[in-house]
Design a protein around this ligand. Structure first.
Ligand code: ADE
Length: 244
């Protein structure tokens, strides 16, 4: 897939794009990333891309014209234009999967106090990566790129994405590696037992516990399957999970 990033600060991306799984995926041609410098589309000789806000208020607002021209410079019929904004829809793993299947993703990064709202007529989606405000959309776009590139075939082992957090509506179970005892802390016995059914049941239960503790909103929405209920009964945890 191709990802085009529209930004005033392309230099922010170099470390991110050159390291680890993302760096390797780009090197192998699993995905490609290109940049459009929005300032190249400024209309005046001082290369201004922002102006004061109608109605008053602190901070500058990015102008529509250079941003629209930047979009048009890379957009094709196959492109999906996504704007980063703290006032967008929440970004989720489901969105990541949707974007991962696209041929051409265009990520638009605002700066200052954001972009003139009329630009919303020229984008397909508006995404927030969380309920906090960043100085610009660049970090948010890196979050989107990372989550989308790792889902490309050949980027990481296919099994790695099968059981991870959010798959099936629960957080991932805790994982451990050697040594089996470290600083007086032991790895749960069952994981060393070699009993695959017991391991899988233990992991499901820990996923449920973790989700209930850290993400009560997800837990509320999760419906226990018949198989989950069997696991809970086999492990005598009815009081913990099956009351109400
Ligand atoms: N730009 C500034 N804050 C942001 C956020 N939380 N998500 C996406 N883009 C942003």
């Amino acid at each position: 897939m191709r990802i085009s990033v529209l930004t005033l600060f392309p230099e922010m991306y170099s470390g991110f794009l050159n390291c680890s799984i993302i760096g390797r995926s780009l090197e192998r041609g699993i995905a490609s990333v290109d940049f459009v410098q929005i300032r190249d589309f400024a209309e005046d000789r001082y290369r201004h891309v922002d102006d004061t806000s109608f109605g008053g208020g602190a901070g500058m607002v990015m102008k529509c014209a250079p941003v629209k021209a930047a979009i048009d410079s890379v957009r094709t019929e196959k492109s999906c234009v996504v704007m980063m904004s703290p006032s967008g829809r929440p970004y989720t793993q489901q969105k990541a999967k949707e974007y991962a299947s696209m041929e051409h993703l265009i990520l638009l990064c605002g700066h200052y106090e954001g972009i003139d709202a009329r630009i919303e007529n020229y984008v397909d989606d508006i995404i927030s990566i969380g309920d906090y405000v960043l100085t610009g959309g660049e970090l948010a776009s890196m979050v989107v790129m990372d989550s989308v590139i790792r889902l490309q075939k050949g980027s990481i082992r296919d099994e790695s994405t099968d059981e991870e957090s959010y798959e099936g509506g629960l957080l991932e179970y805790p994982q451990y590696t050697k040594p089996a005892e470290w600083n007086g802390l032991k790895v749960p016995e069952v994981l060393i037992s070699g009993n695959h059914q017991k391991i899988s049941e233990y992991r499901k239960i820990e996923s449920l516990r973790r989700t209930r503790q850290y993400r009560p909103d997800l837990y509320e929405r999760y419906e226990l399957s018949e198989e989950d209920k069997k696991i809970i009964r086999r492990n005598h945890l009815e009081d913990e999970f099956l009351t109400d």
